[in-house]
Design a protein around this ligand. Structure first.
Ligand code: DGJ
Length: 691
């Protein structure tokens, strides 16, 4: 991606993938001059900082500042909080120099012994990464250092789309007018959180799924985070975001360099659907480590047997999982230590000898003999107080002097900021993977952080950051040492899904809510930011207990086929007919899989608003559509489901029936879906282009 520096204008123009981003200097301080559809170099060079008449009561400098400071008359939410030992605050921008190499630009500024560098990288997907590094000659206290501040175009109105929820109810898309004032999204939980995801989108209120200008952003950070949107009374919107939460303080030592996570921005001219497709492509091509591989259909033991895990009880499931066509068998929680329930054993990572008398070997062999890969559940960042690990190392958990250690799910969080703890985790995981023929790890993380601290440590708030970095590093090292092992990221469902963790995991567990009816909406929300290739989706027994709904096996399989299909039901209790039907659905999924996992995704309708919706995937000359109907209402007419992006003069063959259809007819009359005529209904359509 070209980066052009215009000496006379003192501005840099990053251009590519239909996008231009222009940053310039005004009195030595960096200003976003433009972020939008591509403009010519000449236009970029003639951009000037927007001016408005200023009154002493208004902010003077916030418009377009690349990071919002707290120096002088700047009253916006600061992107950085800095305090020198003599009490001076903020950063007074003095331009130093820049480097541009390949697609990366770095612009350096100095102030009072600090060097602050703004980093930019524009990808061929149109995604612009921004991050900041700060180096101190002498100690400086930090309270916040965001990765970027983005300024939106000057529009008459602004609308915010974001994803929020709760445990077992993640990924709810909210689309709300952005009020004048400050809107905060974030997590103070030490992880990305179920409650809010850092992905956001902004439009002027007129964008649709298929058209309109949409700006969006996402933060590559898996710990506490904050995104603050500020809509000023004058009508400008600035978004600042980064790692950490309010109230933290830490000191940067002499010669130390602090680097923020990447905050990425993206511009779509094709509405919300176009924004999602660009994120999907970007994450698949540049973030996820193995997205070009087909993810196998897996069986997971959790909802089948919960903690009743033993060699004896798993072996029959191995046979049944193989019989229906699963390609990977994952033993979930309960295989180690005294882990008979969630109140003990976490931290003691040797197979439970009562449950696995000869270790994991016989089960792993049986799984491999049945033609499947073997996967295993771990939760390396946590410990139960009732464990040998905790009895030996009570100081290894995040805690504060004189404060009770709050237990959540009867567990505490290990302090990975202590090198000995991170090393302990590497050692046992490396041994587990080295001594056993393990193909897949499900890496769980089942509680947020509380009482974050480290008694005796001068800078205990660093624990928030260190933990996340150590988790990344641990995964990186394990992947390097065991390059064939794949990792599923999980955090009690979807509490740790963000572009940061996606660099180190191959897929994620979307939600502990496996009810297929709820999943239609959960998956709709997930798809706003993240691709189907990363979205683990299980077929389980219903009712799940989260609600009392039951739906057909067909509906459950077809809903779960919209991502990485898996089975999590207790196959021992399935009838012969159920097992045969499951085998047929899995075979059908395997035929769709390349299109679903690697294709371009179009959402057909919004399940919050419409009865009949679907997801369409396109790969080369192939289309797969998964369509879902919520129960019918006599007063809610159901128009046919029309495809996206099909040329009128194209012709298609239905790969299951051999019928052919013109693009024009599909567009006019809708897709020829074959329904089961159930209350929660679904259909699959596979089309191949023949003309
Ligand atoms: C939470 C996960 O989301 C579940 O799938 C399961 O692995 C349990 N933890 C096990 O404790």
């Amino acid at each position: 991606m070209p980066i052009r520096f215009d000496e006379a204008a003192q501005s840099w123009h990053l251009a590519g993938a239909g996008v231009s981003y222009v940053v310039g200097l005004q009195n030595g301080s960096p200003r976003q001059l433009y972020w939008g559809p591509a403009i010519p170099g000449g236009a970029a060079a003639s951009l000037a900082v927007e001016r408005r008449e200023e009154y002493s009561f208004d902010d003077r400098l916030h418009t377009g500042t690349e990071l919002l400071g707290e120096l002088g008359p700047q009253f916006a939410t600061p992107s950085m909080l800095l305090r020198h030992p003599d009490g001076a605050k903020g950063f007074d921008w003095h331009y130093r120099d820049f480097t541009a190499s390949g697609d990366e630009l770095a612009i350096a500024f100095g102030d009072r012994g600090l060097e602050l560098t703004l980093h930019y990288r524009l990808w061929d997907t149109g995604v612009l990464d921004r991050w900041v590094s700060l180096e101190a000659e002498s100690p400086v206290e930090l309270g916040r250092l965001d990765s970027a501040a983005w300024m939106l175009p000057h529009w008459g109105d602004y609308r915010l789309s974001h994803l929020s929820g709760e445990w077992a109810g993640e990924w709810q898309l909210r689309r709300v007018p952005l009020p004048v004032g400050e809107t905060v999204l974030g997590s103070r939980r030490g992880n990305t959180s179920h409650q809010a995801n850092p992905w956001i989108a902004l439009d002027d209120g007129t964008a649709t799924e298929t058209a309109g200008l949409v700006y969006s952003a996402n933060l590559a950070w898996s710990g506490s985070w904050r995104v603050q949107l500020r809509r000023s009374p004058q009508g400008r919107v600035t978004v600042t975001g980064g790692a950490g939460q309010e109230g933290l303080r830490w000191t940067l030592g002499p010669g130390e360099r602090w680097t923020t996570p990447v905050y990425s921005g993206l511009l779509s001219t094709d509405g919300f659907g176009g924004a999602s497709r660009a994120w999907h492509e970007h994450l698949r091509r540049h973030v996820l480590p193995t997205a070009d591989e087909d993810a196998p259909v897996l069986f997971n033991s959790w909802e089948a047997v919960f903690f009743e895990v033993s060699e004896e009880k798993q072996l029959p499931l191995v046979d049944l999982a193989a019989r229906i066509g699963c390609e990977q068998f994952v033993v979930d929680d309960g295989w180690f230590g005294k882990r008979l329930a969630d109140n003990a054993g976490l931290g003691d990572w040797d197979p439970n000898p009562d449950r696995f008398p000869s270790g994991l070997g016989p089960l792993i062999d049986a799984v491999h003999k049945a033609g499947m890969k073997f996967g295993i559940w771990v939760e390396p960042e946590m410990v139960n107080p009732d464990s040998d690990l905790y009895r030996a190392h009570p100081d290894w958990v995040l805690h504060q002097a004189g404060r009770e250690r709050s237990e959540l799910r009867t567990q505490l969080v290990l302090d990975y900021g202590r090198p000995e703890v991170a090393e302990w985790a590497y050692t046992w995981l490396h041994k587990l993977l080295g001594e056993n023929d393990v193909d897949f790890v499900k890496w769980d993380h089942n509680r947020p952080f509380t009482e974050v601290g480290r008694p005796g440590d001068a800078d205990p708030d660093r624990a928030y950051f260190e933990h996340v970095e150590a988790v990344y590093e641990l995964k990186r090292r394990l992947r390097q040492a065991h390059p064939d092992v794949r990792i599923e990221g999980c955090a009690g469902g979807g509490a740790r899904v963000d572009p940061g963790i996606l660099r180190y995991v191959d897929q994620v567990w979307t939600s502990d809510n496996t009810d297929a009816g709820d999943r239609v909406n959960i998956q709709f929300g997930f798809s706003q930011a993240y691709p189907a290739r990363a979205m683990g989706a299980w077929v389980t027994d219903e009712p799940t207990g989260l609600n009392s709904r039951t739906t057909s096996l067909r509906f459950r399989f077809q809903v779960a086929s919209a991502g990485v299909l898996a089975v999590g039901g207790n196959l021992s209790e399935w009838s012969e007919a159920d097992l045969d039907e499951a085998a047929a659905h899995i075979e059908a999924y395997k035929a769709l899989r390349p299109v679903v996992q690697h294709g371009t995704q179009y959402r057909l309708g919004d399940p919050e608003l419409e009865t009949l919706t679907g997801v369409q995937y396109v790969l080369g000359d192939r289309i797969a559509v998964l369509a879902f109907k919520t129960p019918w209402h006599c007063n809610r007419p159901v128009p046919p489901l029309r495809p996206a992006q099909i040329a009128s003069d194209s012709r298609w063959i239905d790969e299951d029936t051999g019928e052919t259809h013109w693009g024009a007819t599909l567009n006019a009359l809708g897709l020829p879906l074959r329904w089961a005529k159930a209350d929660w209904d679904s259909a699959v359509l596979r089309l191949r282009r023949i003309e």
